[in-house]
Design a binder for this molecule. Structure first.
Ligand code: 23J
Ligand code: MN
Length: 259
């Protein structure tokens, strides 16, 4: 029997030549959720309720009920999440073609800049500098912004002040560049959402949501372990739960990397 590429891939996984990095934060009642101004609807925090644990409620089994918003913890944003993406066909968690849940990723390390400036915005110029070093971002790739924000505890992670959150994100001019001139599949952040903390003030507001989803692209938020990824050559696996007409869902994001 011939050694097909899938068998070779399985062998590379088994030998450790390809490593799997978990880019997912744990989900529990401490998981941070986005805080929007009080006039807007609220997302539920993650909640776990024990049904039974090898006891009178179920002598041989342990299980829980859980509740949370679709956009809780490490999660996937579908185009239907934003009004600009609402009319695309197959734009929700249940009908996005599954082939889109496996795609390469570029990782842009701005952890030094983000440590110095909580409002750091990734610009076109900075991305072009990255491209000079690592090559052009391929169409269909994710762009993941490494800030090391995931290493912060919850108050500093949300970094909420009187004037709103202060969390790094994409510059409003970078988003149309990535969507149109690079035709990326989506944008991923370590922050609670894909947009910067102050993005409600941008023009347009929440550009990563409005422009990415307006071009039928996806988002990944609350990623971690981006410091374990190379700048290029990662393959991401990002299937959301198959919620009928879901706008997104918690997601176990896995990264395949060459060891
Ligand atoms: C709703 C409104 C604004 C934002 C968000 C959700 C998210 O960040 C999200 O998780 O999609 S900014
Ligand atoms: Mn979201």
């Amino acid at each position: 029997m011939s050694q097909g590429s899938l068998a070779q891939f399985a062998q590379a996984l088994a030998s450790g030549e390809i490593r799997i990095v978990d880019l997912t934060q744990p989900l529990n009642s401490s998981t941070a959720t986005i805080q929007l101004p009080p006039e807007f609807g609220k997302t539920w925090p993650f909640r776990l309720e024990e049904i039974s644990k090898y006891d009178s409620r179920g002598p041989a089994w342990y299980w829980n009920n859980f509740a949370c918003g679709e956009h809780t913890g490490t999660h996937f944003d579908a185009p239907i999440h934003w009004v600009s993406g609402k009319d695309y066909p197959k734009n929700a968690t249940d009908d996005i073609p599954v082939g889109k849940f496996v795609a390469p990723a570029c990782v842009i390390d701005v952890s030094q800049e983000a440590t110095k400036d909580a409002d750091f915005l990734l610009t076109i110029e900075r991305v072009k500098r990255w491209e000079q070093e690592y090559g052009r971002i391929d169409a269909g790739s994710w762009v993941l912004m490494r800030t090391d924000w995931s290493k912060r505890e919850s108050a500093e992670f949300l970094n909420m002040k009187e004037d709103g959150a202060h969390v790094p994100g994409p510059h409003p001019e970078l988003v149309p560049f990535l969507a149109k001139e690079r035709d990326v599949i989506g944008w991923g952040s370590e922050g609670v959402g894909t947009d910067a903390g102050q993005a409600f003030r941008f023009d347009p507001p929440f550009p990563c949501h409005s422009i990415m989803h307006g071009h039928n692209k996806f988002g990944l938020a609350s990623l971690c372990n981006l410091d374990q990824l190379p700048p290029k050559g990662t393959l991401l696996i990002t299937p959301p739960l198959k919620i009928t007409k879901g706008s997104g869902s918690p997601c176990r994001v896995l990264a395949l990397v060459q060891a």
